[in-house]
Ligand binder design. Structure first.
Ligand SMILES: [Zn+2]
Length: 340
């Protein structure tokens, strides 16, 4: 399997994170990529750099004013008096009357759902290369590969059409799905990150040509809190083209794999031409953002189940944070996939 990684995404090295009223060290760090590359090596796989894709691939998913915000946010922030090193929103629109503000503090609040997606000097360039990485995997699938893997940093599945959130700036999986959509009438996105794929759901909410399915820890007291419930099924043309399968907190391997089988049955019924897999590894029991209690071998089981769908598949890295199990979780997935 071809695996793509852009080393320049390591320059996105966020510092800030606000959690439960405390400023903490951000968890979406370059060391994640090093551990994931080590996991690929354990499965006998190496990475190659992705091509540079035109910005039109981003505009197909994200609004122009959002892309403009991401492109210039850090420079505008640095021009503020007494500013911090990273763009972090501290005010958000509320109420029925909203005006799109001109200044960078207001626009940051408009375009950022939470304080977990700080932007430093290299964040925009990294986000673009991360999207290129997903596009390269999608293109490899278009070119005939059964599957390809994109080691994306920053991740993407919490990013909406014009709102960042949860460590995500550009929605890499949605951008890959849209690229595949140019070659197939129907595309499915399966998200097995422990967190609900709220950005991907939101982007395709009113579309019937892209099925979105998310298996995640239930969100009544867990990020992203406001979505991820089983009654969210889409609207308009998208009615019935979204499936959420929330699992009780701390659920283990059997229930997680059974939920993935349920997801795959829905995907088979949709009969897509290609699949995007949002591969989070943070369902693992030792992940620092723990929501479920999945063990390393279950990632191999999940891979065999998903490979069994026999769909051309772009595998896009989402979450999975620093723990001594991160490499093993990716290698278990890849060994499982390659054994199918
Ligand atoms: Zn996650």
């Amino acid at each position: 399997m071809r695996c793509f990684f852009a080393p320049e995404t390591d320059a996105h090295d966020p510092r800030f994170y606000l959690v439960r009223g405390q400023v903490a060290a951000n968890k979406e760090l370059p060391q994640r990529a090093a551990l994931l590359i080590e996991g690929l090596a354990q499965a006998g796989m190496t990475t190659e750099a992705p091509a540079h894709f035109p910005e039109a691939a981003l505009s197909a998913i994200h609004s122009d004013r959002y892309l403009d915000f991401l492109r210039h946010a850090h420079a505008e922030w640095q021009a503020l008096p007494d500013q911090g090193a990273e763009v972090v929103a501290n005010v958000h629109p509320a109420g029925p009357v909203r005006a799109y503000p001109k200044g960078i503090v207001g626009r940051a609040g408009w375009h950022m759902a939470d304080a977990a997606c700080p932007m430093g000097p290299h964040s925009w360039a990294a986000a673009r290369r991360s999207a290129d990485t997903a596009l390269a995997a999608a293109q490899a699938v278009v070119d005939g590969a059964r599957a390809a893997y994109a080691l994306c940093r920053p991740p993407g599945h919490h990013a909406l059409a014009e709102v960042a959130g949860g460590h995500c700036l550009l929605n890499n999986a949605a951008i890959a799905a849209q690229h595949l959509r140019r070659h197939h009438d129907r595309v499915a996105v399966l998200d097995i990150d422990v967190h609900h794929g709220n950005g991907t759901q939101g982007i395709f909410w009113t579309r019937g040509d892209v099925l979105t399915v998310s298996v995640h820890a239930e969100t009544s007291a867990y990020y992203p809190f406001f979505t991820g419930y089983a009654d969210e099924t889409g609207e308009g043309d998208g009615k019935g083209a979204n499936l959420n399968i929330p699992l009780p907190r701390d659920e283990t391997d059997d229930a997680w794999c059974a939920a993935i089988e349920t997801a795959l049955a829905r995907i088979a019924a949709f009969n897509p031409g290609a699949l995007v897999l949002s591969l989070g590894l943070d369902a693992h029991e030792a992940d620092p953002l723990r929501g479920l209690a999945v063990t390393t071998p279950a990632f191999g089981t999940a891979a065999r189940l998903i490979a069994g769908a026999n769909l051309p598949t772009a595998i896009v890295q989402e979450g999975g944070y620093l723990s001594r199990h991160l490499s093993a979780n990716l290698s278990a997935f890849m060994i499982g996939w390659n054994s199918h």
